[in-house]
Design a binder for this molecule. Structure first.
Ligand code: SF4
Length: 111
């Protein structure tokens, strides 16, 4: 579904039927304040970009809202886990590299 920021996101849900205006992020869920989800967080959220770049079915995303600067700046922080390699994915846009290893030309460890 399209977020208020205009990106497609598999985790966004909006119910506007018959005048309703219910929106929720089904990845972050219903967190207590001050880390609760608000629609304006979608604007800078990295999840739509990650889903466009990496459609790996083994990768699971987790997200939470982080506050900084006395709660004035709130952002979505994303972490990823691969159930195939059973490891944390450091770069979710790319993946863990187990399914799609880079060609040897890109291996920086080779002499
Ligand atoms: S906060 Fe991120 S994951 Fe949640 S609905 Fe918005 S774009 Fe999607």
């Amino acid at each position: 579904m399209r977020t208020p920021a205009g990106f497609e996101c598999a985790f966004f849900y909006g119910d506007y039927y018959r005048g309703r205006s219910r929106e929720e992020c089904r990845l972050i869920g219903n967190q207590p304040p001050p880390n609760q989800w608000k629609p304006n967080l979608c604007k800078s959220c990295p999840v739509p970009g990650i889903l466009r770049a990496n459609a790996c079915p083994h990768m699971t995303l987790q997200a939470r809202v982080e506050s900084s600067f006395l709660g004035l700046v709130r952002r979505v922080k994303v972490s990823a886990y691969c159930s195939l390699s059973q490891s944390v994915v450091n770069e979710p846009h790319v993946g863990c590299g187990m399914c799609h290893p880079l060609p040897p030309e890109f291996d920086l460890k080779r002499p």
